[in-house]
Design a protein around this ligand. Sequence first.
Ligand code: ATP
Ligand code: PRP
Ligand code: NIO
Length: 484
Amino acid sequence: MDRQNLTLLTDLYELTMMQGYFKNKSQNETVIFDVFYRSNPSDGGYAVMAGLEQVIQYIKELHFSQEDIDYLAGLSIFQQDFLDYLEDFKFTGDIYAIPEGTVVFPREPLVKVIAPIMQAQLVETAILNIINHQSLIATKAARVCYAARGDGIMEFGLRRAQGPDAGVYGARAAMIGGCVATSNVLCGQLFNVPVKGTHAHSWIMSFPDEYTAFKTYAEMYPSACILLVDTYDTLKSGVPNAIRVFKEMRKAGVPFSYYGIRLDSGDLAYLSKKARKMLDEAGFPDAVISASNDLDEFLIDSLKVQGASITSWGVGTSLITSKDCPAFGGVYKLSAIKDKDGTFIPKIKLSENTEKVTNPGNKKIYRVYEKESGKIKADLICLMEEHFDEEESLLLFDPLEPWKKTRLSGGSYTLREIMAPIFLGGECCYESPKVMDIRAYCQTELDTLWDETRRLINPHKVYVDLSKKLYDIKIDLLDRMSQS
Ligand SMILES: Nc1ncnc2c1ncn2[C@@H]1O[C@H](COP(=O)(O)OP(=O)(O)OP(=O)(O)O)[C@@H](O)[C@H]1O
Ligand SMILES: O=P(O)(O)OC[C@H]1O[C@H](OP(=O)(O)OP(=O)(O)O)[C@H](O)[C@@H]1O
Ligand SMILES: O=C(O)c1cccnc1
């Protein structure tokens, strides 16, 4: 997106509702909206929060330029007094959010917006757009990296991303989720993340023969020399030619710091094992074998199980598009309205579907860790004013199936509040960490998950529970609504 001001990056209905609130001044109360999602992408056990830095930029830039107002005027939907009001519009509210790179679970607020409803309503679409996209790709990257069991994953998807923005911000999110580098140079420039790459088949095809192509490449890039060996015949031509070049480079005394081959077709398990043997026998046990070709977490996992001799992976389409799960279902729901005395009145949205009934009130989240292992036991959503003493026992129960209870004994668990203030009174009070620092934080976050939660198929779910007080408010509201 080649413009900084994304104020009109919204659904028309946000603006028509905004005009409605404007015309009925009593409607412009301060409200609370929560961003949350209902199920983990790819049927996984968790998601990775991402996109907050871009949400912050969006809120900071939020204003209607003269050009924006002229455009809206031309739609013949908005009246002059409302258009005049837009001239001085800015965000004056509070935003709390879970920092990027944090592992998150269904139904907990990822972002909480507290603002006059005209402001809070407008920002719904852009916030969801940004958080939904980046959290989806960061989660996918974490899954792919998990499958690779510590091997490096390079993000290769720019050519297949759904447009330039998805390519750049998707690569940013993929780095947060654990990729070691991206081929996306603009992402590297914007976010100071490592860029890496090999070469394409066209490089080989542009030379009279494969050997000359390899040799020329190796002479130009001896410190990052990964040769693509499958243009003609991987085992009969590609690997032998690569070995010949490596031998010549070694003989010439050229120091190779990072060198090897890339497989991009055929049976990657079989070819990698054969290639490993050939490279080892030729005296190149440290030559890297990397692979690409429509890979995803399941194929990488399968190749690992097959004993493939691959230690570096290039993943494009499946990662940048989150091919098996194209959308992160984040939603934005009103949870409270401030009354005249300044207290928040909890609001609830009913649904036939229990999962879709919202959690009311002004909330915060405690992450509950098992003290001994440091692993996540559950998340506890409670009201802002609630505090818990770690030395006392803590009752956890599933809000969807409240008869399922666990009591943690005092001293056996620790608590961490996971939402941080981002904007207070319209002023930003949070500095986004650098992407590589978010990535490092995300690794420590992923370590707090049990392996059973990280596994790719049928993972163990982490409970997101409500405090007794919040649960009672919810049940009370539900009772009252069903009686009215
Ligand atoms: N040993 C393996 N086990 C499971 N899947 C594999 C294995 N080796 C390769 N694959 C995957 O199988 C899919 C199809 O590979 P296939 O051999 O058809 O590609 P190719 O035809 O050789 O390559 P291309 O069409 O890109 O030139 C790819 O997603 C690839 O990653
Ligand atoms: O995970 P992937 O989507 O496969 O991304 C990486 C692929 O991109 C490149 O080739 P490209 O797809 O342009 O052509 P190819 O399919 O003919 O190899 C590269 O050679 C990889 O195969
Ligand atoms: O550098 C590479 O090898 C690369 C980059 C993008 C897509 N496929 C491969």
